[in-house]
Design a protein around this ligand. Structure first.
Ligand SMILES: [Zn+2]
Length: 348
């Protein structure tokens, strides 16, 4: 249960889109062994929009709940596509299993199930996301495949701290399914959560690095690259853009949106937030696999770790960090605490 809370909140705390990338003005290659780098004349922030749907919502048992959530999700994805931004969709098992049962495709998705539509028609990235209480990463990847989409090898969320809870070692090795005869190997990590959210901001990083080990998560020296989500809200992005950024280092940031929070108003507000920033040429809207490619091809796979050190909320605790103050908009985050028991049937 605790593990599960931590990962659910991780998703909120750490928290993806095609790129409007323009070619760098300077393309002087630097001699780096086996890699190439591009000299950038101005700093870039690579922003990814990520959505999770948690395992606690038992969509696989409730077709109407699945259909309602699918409709909001498709509408959100279409808005992102209209705005020309990329998107990483990361679902745990219940919504995917529901899709294998209920999603026959309809007019809104060109007759395809929603996942194939996201991948084939909208060009979005599909990553597994697993709390692993029952279905593990390989099982979730299998369900993605069952729906006709090749799963990525990006870990869509994991426990990073404290060290005793860290899944870093576990994720280095091939994972065999608990439910299905299928195996999956992680190649890239995204985000990272802290159990109980104590000192969570300690692991909010912009940049890409290879976490050294469970004790030294935000130090480089390990194997799997991790794409930092920084402080994963629009405020976090605005804060990052106020920092002294080096044009030759990679900066990443995630805007996280929980599927259960989607409705027409939220989708419209999200569109406005994108539009406000569309003219900022420091921002590149990228998918997570895309930013890894950019890191390799333009930044020579060189580590950058910029820890969040600010107070993007102006002194107020972020609303999604308060575990005691839960509103109905938090329903669907996979957390069933004393308060949610009363108001969030889908989480309990
Ligand atoms: Zn989750």
């Amino acid at each position: 249960m605790k593990k599960y809370i931590a990962i659910a909140l991780l998703t909120l705390l750490t928290s993806c889109a095609p790129s409007n990338s323009t070619s760098p003005l300077n393309t002087t290659p630097e001699a780096t062994e086996g890699t190439s780098t591009v000299s950038h004349s101005s700093p870039k922030v690579y922003v990814s929009i990520v959505t999770h749907v948690e395992e606690a919502g038992h969509y696989e048992e409730n077709e109407s709940m699945f259909n309602r959530s699918r409709k909001e999700l498709v509408s959100f994805a279409q808005m992102l596509h209209e705005e020309g931004v990329a998107f990483n969709y990361q679902s745990d098992w219940t919504f995917l299993l529901a899709a294998t049962k209920f999603d026959k495709g309809d007019e809104s998705t060109n007759g395809k199930n929603f996942l194939r539509y996201f991948k084939e028609d909208l060009g979005f990235e599909i990553d597994p996301h697993a709390h692993e209480t029952k279905y593990n990463y390989a099982d979730v990847a299998y369900l993605i495949k069952e729906l006709g989409v090749e799963p990525s090898n990006i870990v869509g969320g994991f426990l990073a701290a404290p060290a005793g809870d860290s899944k870093l070692d576990y994720l280095q090795n091939e994972i065999n399914g608990n439910i299905y005869d299928y195996s999956w190997q992680a190649e890239v990590l995204w985000g990272g959560a802290v159990r109980g959210h104590q000192n969570e901001s300690d692991i909010w990083v912009s940049g890409i690095w290879r976490p050294k080990d469970a004790e030294n998560f935000t130090e480089d020296g390990g194997t799997l690259p991790d794409i930092g989500g920084y402080y994963n809200t629009w405020e976090g992005l605005d804060y990052l853009l106020t920092q002294d950024l080096d044009p030759n280092k990679i900066y990443t940031q995630t805007i996280f949106m929980g599927q259960a929070n989607l409705n027409e108003e939220v989708i419209n507000e999200f569109r406005e937030e994108i539009q406000k920033r569309k003219s900022d040429d420091r921002i590149e809207w990228v998918g997570l696999a895309e930013v890894i490619d950019i890191w390799e091809s333009e930044y020579g796979s060189e580590t950058n770790i910029l820890k969040y050190d600010g107070d993007a909320t102006g002194g107020k605790e972020r609303s999604d960090k308060k575990e005691t103050t839960v509103s109905s908009e938090k329903c669907g985050d996979g957390i069933c605490d004393e308060i949610e028991k009363k108001i969030c049937s889908e989480d309990c």
